[in-house]
Design a protein around this ligand. Sequence first.
Ligand SMILES: [Mg+2]
Length: 168
Amino acid sequence: MIIGIDVDGVLLDIQSPWIAKYNHISGDCLQYNDITQWRMADIVIPEYALSIYDMRTPDLYYIALPICSSQYATIKLISMGHQLVCVSHDRRSHANAKGHAIRRHFPWIADITITGADKSIVKCDVLIDDAVHNKPDILFDQPWNRSDTDIPRAESWISVVNMIGSMR
Ligand SMILES: [Mg+2]
């Protein structure tokens, strides 16, 4: 199968360095598990509701680490015969840094596609994403998507491998 994999919050933990930067600038003490909504603007101190998005600068991709077990699991999926493609929606300004981070941490994933808002233009059999609005086939569990119960949810990358292994 062709498996599309989102990057932010699925392959790479961009939230941790982003939150750290926000806390440093604002003096807030936001934690990862406090992000219980998709819109960061609704979570941060109101004064930073607009600037929080500008704090996710490309340089953060040089310190962002892989999500737990994502490296093992993506190698495993390839060994199972699947083709992996990174599918990420982002600004043009972030494409180089994000691509560099993927090549550095996931050199076995050859295909990287930066899309506009509509990820459905990338044809894949299975999409793994942490954003409900991207209508993934597998919703990768994160604190910000736990209110959605309709999409099959993977609690971890090990769950992803098991779920794909059971698909026909
Ligand atoms: Mg994402």
